[in-house]
Design a protein around this ligand. Structure first.
Ligand code: PLP
Ligand code: COI
Length: 359
């Protein structure tokens, strides 16, 4: 069943000159469009009162459960402008399905895939002028999120929940553009434990990653690598990206542990690389394999991937006990990156049927 959405247009939309200035250099996550989407949930009414309103601060009771117990989930996805001016979302159902899985873990109500897709589609339509042209791989980053808005301090699943979507024009996630990022190996902190929330996209996972990320910055690195919590041996993922390792025989490995966030970019690359003749194995991947593989030359490329950062070559791995240098190259990494962005920006045929037209 599709939602009835009421739309109230902003009386003071961003003027053309200011918008052009923002879109010329959007950065990441700093500028927001003129509107936002909201829908509320209660056990009695289900999802109701879907609306698009002018973007702005929201009122939240100080006792709202999310502020105390972090019952919250989110998604990250993008809309792309194609050369003919049309606007397309990349696999929005996959984000919707992941949000359903996250809501299951966080005891939040399920938002139907169709309603999620409708919400991101309608907001993007209303704020279409905010979708940058594809020049320089700019896009509109969409941030759907759901949180416990009930005023109640008892510890139980909230009985008033809010789902919103905001949107933000996006350029490169890393300031330096596409160049290898150095990584810091976190040995003191883990991201996810057995039975924990690692596979859910929930704010708490990012809160717990910040101190490790701070350590990474202090070590001159751009991102942190987390290992599994049980043995401290198997590579999981970065603070906000999944990982890939390319071997000299053209084969590729991506970590699988049951506690990583399964990225939509990660899943897409498995299909894309397979089609390019580079089969991908999902398996547990020990940190020594990385260190020894680069040292012996068997691992020729390492890369990370995610919606915000797309595909980014990985440089050195720094640890408290010594460093592993950058792998030899990034040739296949850049080929995979190009193949993916070509589909997203409408420059290559979408043979997988990933793109959904919005405008
Ligand atoms: N892992 C984490 C912890 C993330 O935050 C993200 C970003 O969304 C990813 C992996 C990659 O997921 P996706 O490709 O769906 O963006
Ligand atoms: C994304 O790539 O969408 C992410 O969520 C990563 C980070 C910005 C949290």
């Amino acid at each position: 069943m599709s939602m009835q959405i009421t739309t109230t247009h902003s009386a003071i939309p961003t003027d053309d000159a200011r918008l052009a200035e923002i879109l010329s250099n959007p950065g990441f996550g700093t500028h927001f469009t003129d509107h936002m989407f909201t829908v509320e949930w209660t056990p009695a009414e289900g999802w109701h009162d879907a609306r698009i309103t002018p973007y702005g601060p929201i009122t939240l009771d100080p006792a709202a459960a999310v502020l105390h117990y972090a019952q919250e989930i989110f998604e990250g996805m993008k809309a792309y402008r194609h050369p003919d001016g049309s606007v397309w979302a990349f696999r929005p159902e996959a984000n919707a399905e992941r949000m359903v899985r996250s809501s299951g873990r966080l005891a939040l109500p399920e938002l139907e895939v169709e309603d999620f897709v409708q919400a991101v589609t309608e907001l993007t339509r209303v704020d279409e002028r905010w979708v940058p042209d594809g020049e320089g791989e700019k896009s509109l980053y969409l941030r759907p999120f759901m949180f416990a808005s009930e005023k109640f301090l008892g510890v139980r699943p909230a009985e008033h929940v809010t789902f919103m979507v905001i949107a933000s024009p996006a350029g490169a996630y890393f300031k330096g553009g596409v160049k290898p990022v150095d990584l810091w190996l976190s040995e003191d902190y883990t991201r996810a434990g057995r039975g924990g929330m690692g596979a859910a996209k929930t704010g708490g996972n990012y809160a717990s990653s910040l101190v490790a990320q701070q350590e990474a910055y202090a070590q001159g690195c751009d991102q942190v690598v987390f290992l599994d919590a049980q043995e401290g041996r198997y590579v999981e993922e970065l603070g906000g990206m999944n990982m890939y390792f390319v071997y000299d025989d053209g084969s590729i490995v991506t970590p699988e542990t049951g506690t990583i966030l399964e990225g939509i970019t990660r899943a897409s690359i498995i299909e894309l690389a397979g089609k390019m003749g580079h089969p991908v194995t999902e398996r547990r991947f020990a940190i020594e394999e990385w260190q020894e593989g680069v040292a012996s030359g068997r691992i020729t490329e390492v890369f990370a991937c995610g919606t915000a950062a797309v595909v980014t070559p990985v440089g050195a791995l720094k640890t408290a006990h010594g460093d592993t240098p950058a792998p030899a190259g990034a040739e296949l990494t850049m080929k995979i990156r190009q193949a993916l962005v070509d589909v997203q920006f409408g420059r290559a045929e979408d043979t997988f049927g990933w793109m959904r037209r919005i405008v």
